[in-house]
Design a protein around this ligand. Sequence first.
Ligand code: PSU
Ligand code: MN
Length: 312
Amino acid sequence: MRAPQDSTLAEFLEVEPRVAAAVRKSGAVVALESSVIAAGLPHPHNLEAALRCEEAVRAEGAIPATVGIVHGRIKVGMSQAEIQAFATRGDEIEKASRRDLPHLIAGRKSGATTVAGTLLCAGLAGLRFFATGGIGGVHRGWQETLDISADLEELPQSPMAVVCAGAKAILDLPATLEYLETRGVPVVGFGTDEFPAFYTRESGLSLGQRVDTAEEAARLLRVKWRLGLPGAVVFAQPIPTPFALPQAELEGHIARALEDAEAAKIAGKDVTPFLLARIAESTSGASLKANLALLENNARLAGRIARAYTRL
Ligand code: PSU
Ligand code: MN
């Protein structure tokens, strides 16, 4: 892993001093994405989510580092003011996945990093742990569109523990798991035998790999990386039960969102933000609460796994 003090990288990469110190000392640092702030959630819930996630990581004794591109510089450990700006001016902030980095940095623009973008940027700074809500995946209808999230290409090459609540059922979840299997990315249920589907605890898709404690998760990570196997391990943790949404209701919302996207001819990088916004609108309050609860829960677990890893 290239260190942040690498002089070529320093031109583009700014690691917040406390984050850099923690990476050197214990390694118990948890990266958080900024796409969920700028595009995934409406104001002021996005700001609340971002701050609650950082706090949850701290409560576990780890250091949070929210990642984004600010005026052409990769920030690993965004300031409160920067997070606030992303939360309030989301429409001016571009989506930042792997392919967008040269364009954003060379143009001195700001970009909210997706899972793929965050894994890449956090990896440049030597981070090993990451929490998000849901990973991107293979889109329904991929046979026609070839729409497969760059997240699925980043996971096989980024040595990171990725804690999520599975992926939203707006995606083709069986195809998403097949793709990860092909690319050799372990998807491990945390306290579950099934791949969770973000708002719901179940998807009907069994995983065959499960851990129940942060210590078990840490041991699995150690084995993977000691073996020299590159890439991430996905820990899929179901949404806390009180916040889970009824499955049947959700399917209706998802079907309508997909129809709307097709009618409006949404394509490319706009597909996911469009679907997320539609689902958020149609499910209103309950889905927001659910979203915040699972984000915080995942940040907490990532903090706990990071700490457990340092104790091995
Ligand atoms: N899924 C969610 N919430 C999100 C995203 C996905 O439930 O906020 C965001 C993440 O940043 C993810 C990105 O990395 O969307 C995937 O976009 P795409 O499908 O265009 O790769
Ligand atoms: Mn896409």
